[in-house]
Design a protein around this ligand. Structure first.
Ligand SMILES: Cc1cc2nc3c(=O)[nH]c(=O)nc-3n(C[C@H](O)[C@H](O)[C@H](O)COP(=O)(O)OP(=O)(O)OC[C@H]3O[C@@H](n4cnc5c(N)ncnc54)[C@H](O)[C@@H]3O)c2cc1C
Length: 489
């Protein structure tokens, strides 16, 4: 008798090891690994261009890893439910498995697939795997989700996560493979113009590389993570965010590797704990999105619905354009925006500085910044991106107080003291001495001339004066508080 296969629908779990849904499918019999590119369902949150670049590489790597194990990856494009419906008929599959994801659209898909499977008399099973703990497992005393990080962190670390699973020993193939699209024909990679050169030079997507990155982090960087993690001029962070986004590695695998490496060595333990804390921020924002599904659309602190963003549309559009192009005249901001454009990634400290500059200096809505990040980041993630933007803008969970407005010059001097980061991503400033690298407009004329910088020609003058911007931002904030107090009165 032919064994009925299980369809494993990959979503954000592009890995073979520590994939409970795939392991369970493998132990039940033949498996049909499937990925469906369903652009239509995602609307505004369809994957951005940089993420699609990563998706191509990650799918190619997963397909090759599965083939090496005698399996394969079936690729289809269209409505995921319609495709699973026709595959159930074609393959007589007995079950559909998937790893749970927590974005609103992923949850809708789970519900639709569950209904379909119930109707067809096929088992539907979803498994944990994207997070260290499922949202139902971490609740505040009132039974709700946490809005403040520290108690969330305590609750999360109270019980260590379950140990990760090894890769399944056997992935049996179905009696017949369903037809698959050709990945190259999906057109996920840019052609004309080919803007992905910097991405190719920076990244190699895939499960093996993600695991190697964790190992390298442990071997080289863990001890120096604490001092180095805020320094964009040093390669001190793990750069695991796109791999975590696509599930090439699970947070549990990272947690276990870091915890084991840190055992018995106080310096490594301190580094590991600092990194685990960042993983907990990822967890916090994912739980937050689960409990507040409109996190990407609406301010978590409702008074920010009244925030007086710049109402001069032409000025705001011009400034937004300067920000996206890295032409604000503030070197640390411009270097960050250019790092993003060139490599599809930006250092966390600089994400905070650039987001603060857009929302507070330019009074431009955080959603416009989040949209730009969405299109240009290889790690674009609805929970982390919306959570991060709202945190910086002051409207989010446990956000930085609004009146803490980053001074981009001081931030540059503190976190890129020699200006190496600016010199790398804004090379027209490379010959400026340290003293002026973060404030070129303060440099004497002869110093600018010696460095080959003509302000306003080779590099812009600041598009806004910091002290003026700060005053305006604080006035806007007071305005918002007054109008929300009036609404309440
Ligand atoms: C405005 C803004 C937007 C952001 N958008 C995204 C996004 O779309 N996708 C994304 O993955 N991260 C986002 N972040 C969080 C953070 O900047 C990146 O996760 C981090 O820079 C990735 O680099 P890394 O892997 O070297 O981090 P490491 O320092 O090595 O940290 C390890 C992992 O922990 C998680 N992590 C680290 N810092 C944070 C954080 N502050 N919040 C949530 N998770 C964190 C990431 O998964 C990261 O890979 C955003 C932050 C801000 C301020």
């Amino acid at each position: 008798m032919i064994e009925r296969p299980t369809i494993h629908l990959f979503q954000r779990d592009f890995r073979i090891a520590d994939n409970p849904a795939l392991s369970a499918a493998a132990s039940a019999g033949p498996v049909i690994p499937l990925y469906v590119l369903d652009d239509g369902a995602s609307g505004e949150w369809a994957m951005g261009a940089a993420s699609r670049w990563w998706l191509h590489g990650s799918l190619a790597s997963l397909q090759s890893d599965l083939r090496q194990r005698g399996s394969d990856l079936v690729l289809r494009r269209g409505d995921a439910v319609a495709i699973v419906t026709s595959l159930l008929e074609e393959t007589q599959a007995a079950a559909v498995h998937m790893t749970r994801a927590h974005e609103p659209l992923a949850r809708q898909l789970e519900t639709r697939l569950k209904t379909l499977c119930n109707r067809q008399g096929v088992a539907f099973r979803r498994y944990p795997g994207s997070l260290l703990a499922e949202p139902e497992e971490i609740r505040s005393k009132s039974g709700e989700g946490f809005r403040v990080f520290t108690p969330f962190y305590r609750a999360l670390t109270d019980k260590p996560p379950r140990a990760p699973l090894p890769a399944p020993l056997l992935l049996s193939a179905p009696a017949q493979w369903p037809a698959s699209d050709d990945l190259d024909a999906w057109g996920l990679l840019p052609r004309a113009p080919d803007w992905a050169r910097g991405l190719r030079a920076t990244w190699t997507p895939g499960e093996k590389v993600a695991q190697a990155r964790v190992r390298r982090m442990i071997e080289r960087g863990l001890g120096s993570y604490i001092e180095g993690r805020d320094r964009p001029d040093r390669a001190a962070t793990s750069m695991l965010s796109p791999s975590l986004r696509f599930g090439e590695i699970s947070p549990r695998q990272c947690w276990q590797a870091l915890s084991m490496a840190a055992e018995g060595d106080a310096r490594l333990a301190a580094g590991a704990n600092a990194l685990l804390r960042q993983l907990a921020w990822r967890e916090f924002f994912h739980h937050l999105l689960y409990h507040w599904p409109d996190l990407a659309e609406a301010p978590l602190r409702s008074e920010f619905g009244e925030f007086p963003w710049d109402s001069d549309a032409a000025r705001a559009a011009k400034r937004l354009r300067a920000w996206t192009r890295g032409q604000t005249g503030y070197p640390i901001v411009d270097a960050g925006m250019r790092q993003l454009w060139e490599t599809g990634w930006m250092h966390n400290r600089v994400r905070m500085i650039t987001a603060s500059f857009l929302t507070k200096h330019l009074l431009i809505h955080w959603r416009l910044g989040a949209n730009w990040f969405w299109d240009t980041l290889v790690d674009a993630d609805l929970a982390n991106n919306s959570g991060g933007w709202q945190w910086v803008a002051g409207s989010g969970a446990d956000a930085a107080p609004y009146f803490r407005i980053f001074n981009p010059v001081l931030q540059g001097q503190k976190f890129d003291p020699d200006g190496a980061y600016v010199r790398r991503f804004a090379p027209e400033l490379a010959r400026l001495p340290e003293r002026y690298i973060h404030a070129p407009w303060e440099a004497p004329a002869e110093c600018l001339a010696a460095a080959g910088v003509r302000l306003g020609v080779d590099y812009p003058m600041p598009i806004i004066d910091h002290a003026t911007a700060r005053r305006q931002a604080l006035a806007a904030w007071r305005n918002m508080k007054d109008s929300s107090a009036n609404i309440e009165a």
